[in-house]
Design a binder for this molecule. Structure first.
Ligand SMILES: Cc1cc2nc3c(=O)[nH]c(=O)nc-3n(C[C@H](O)[C@H](O)[C@H](O)COP(=O)(O)OP(=O)(O)OC[C@H]3O[C@@H](n4cnc5c(N)ncnc54)[C@H](O)[C@@H]3O)c2cc1C
Length: 440
């Protein structure tokens, strides 16, 4: 579809000189770091009014492409993840009813974010363990510009460039680039402009998430969750709990966190959903109740639900968690990633907001950017980029719907839940792409 095939001249990249990235979370930062490394100048426009995004303090399962990205682009020599050694399945009483040896890498959103900020625009933090980002600078790096408090409202094509309009402190401003990358998440403004017909739909359940320092857990919970990836399935409930890095990304034993991810049904229109999704300021939020914004009444309701519906170790995590937050589970996917003849590209959650059961959202963002670099360095054309990113998005999106609906709305055997989970762990290069995923 697109003609943007960028060629090399004298071994250097000939193509876009300046790329505008909308969204300064993980997908936007993956893009910024990779493009900086290959000598392309970037501007990131992030609507959040603060210099740094708020840490939600939760875990990320670091899939193959996330780790591949860090191996290729991370200049900070420190651990990015910790390993879980086994998968466990619990029954309602907390007994282990199934276990398999399976290594998996777990990290935290904040560690990934701070490492990317250090690599992109030299942000210093405790996550760097005393390393100085300025010492990694290379003469060949592209320039960087992270602008926060900038809400993108639209774009226009002008003489082969993309002019991106945004508001900052009530004033209208604009910046032009050779390419626009829409990395603005599952409620993407860029996607809404391109595909107003696409909606983000609530799936009838939420995920309640939080962490507990490993040293505050009971011996039973330590045995169930430390360096384990532990599941429970019950009627309308799925819980998974695992170990993630602690404060400043600490990976040492005793300093880590136990992270729970608890899916539980709250049908649309139900009073309990209204109570849960109305924050301390009385505002009904559609998608997220961030840490610290749940009302005491809603939190009591959640804790009672945990005591009644979860195995004791998982109910304990809910009771002991200090900063829980809630996300409504939604489905959204754009028809394609490449637009405006290869000048406007959607990546990450802006392309497809997966259900978190897929544990693939961060990997998708990393994969999309690894593919984008293939295009910008002339090893792939844009049509191939579109094929790969869209097929992956369609496939994983459907896998997430399949396992999510089976888990929340059907009574399946433990064997089937184990098979669903193992299917979700298929490495990307082993996935099969049936005709309905394919891009012609
Ligand atoms: C603050 C924050 C904390 C998170 N914490 C976790 C976590 O703990 N665990 C986890 O698994 N996942 C977390 N996520 C989600 C996770 O980052 C993503 O699912 C995944 O990494 C892909 O991210 P993304 O960059 O495509 O989308 P997102 O992470 O949703 O990022 C999109 C970014 O675009 C910005 N944006 C949106 N619209 C505009 C606009 N019009 N103009 C400018 N900027 C705009 C948003 O403010 C946001 O920073 C978090 C996301 C955010 C934003």
């Amino acid at each position: 579809m697109a003609d943007t095939h960028l060629s090399h001249q004298n071994g250097r990249v000939a193509g876009p000189k300046h790329v505008v990235i909308v969204g300064g979370s993980l997908a936007g930062l993956f893009t910024g770091v990779a493009l900086k490394t290959i000598g392309i100048n970037t501007t990131i426009l992030e609507r959040n009014p603060n210099k740094l995004l708020d840490n939600q303090g939760a875990g990320i399962v670091a899939g193959g492409d996330t780790m591949a990205f860090f191996e290729k682009y991370n200049r900070c020599p420190r651990d990015v993840a910790i390993q879980s050694q086994k998968r466990l399945y619990l029954d309602p009483n907390g007994n282990i009813v199934h276990e398999e040896v399976m290594k998996q890498t777990m990290t935290s959103w904040d560690l990934v974010y701070y490492l990317l900020r250090a690599n992109y625009d030299n942000v210093e933090s405790g996550y760097l363990q005393g390393k100085k980002p300025t010492s990694w600078a290379k003469d060949t790096d592209g320039t960087v510009d992270y602008r926060y408090g900038c809400t993108v409202t639209g774009y226009a094509m002008q003489a082969g460039k993309v002019k991106v309009a945004y508001t900052r402190e009530g004033k209208e401003e604009a910046v032009s680039g050779d390419l626009l990358i829409g990395a603005d998440g599952p409620s993407s403004t860029i996607r809404k402009i391109l595909h107003p017909e696409v909606h983000r739909d609530y799936c009838g359940y939420v995920v309640i998430r939080g962490t507990v320092p490993e040293n505050e857990a009971s011996p039973e919970s330590k045995a169930a969750f430390i360096e384990r990836f532990t599941f429970y399935h019950g009627p309308g409930v799925q819980n998974l709990t695992y170990t993630i890095p602690g404060i400043n990304g600490a990976t040492e034993v005793g300093k880590r966190l136990l992270n729970f991810v608890w899916y539980t049904n709250f049908p649309e229109g139900n009073d309990e959903l209204e109570k849960l999704m109305t924050d301390k300021d009385g505002k009904r939020r559609r998608i997220t109740i961030p840490p610290g914004m749940m009302t005491d009444e809603a939190w009591e309701m959640v804790k009672v639900r945990g005591r009644n519906r979860l195995p004791p170790q998982m109910a304990e995590m809910v009771q002991k968690s200090r900063n829980p937050f809630v996300q409504a589970i939604t489905d959204v996917i754009a028809p394609t990633s490449v637009h405006e003849n290869g000048k406007v590209i959607l990546i990450g959650d802006a392309l497809a907001g997966f259900r978190p059961h897929t544990v693939s959202s961060t990997s998708q963002a990393a994969f999309d950017v690894l593919m984008l670099v293939e295009v910008l360095e002339g090893r792939m054309d844009m049509a191939e980029f579109e094929r790969r990113t869209v097929e992956y998005a369609r496939k994983v999106s459907e896998m997430g719907k399949f396992i999510g609906d089976r888990s929340q709305y059907e009574e399946r055997s433990l064997k089937e839940y184990v098979e669903d989970r193992n299917m979700m762990s298929t490495p990307r290069n082993k996935l099969e792409f049936p005709p309905w995923t394919q891009v012609r």
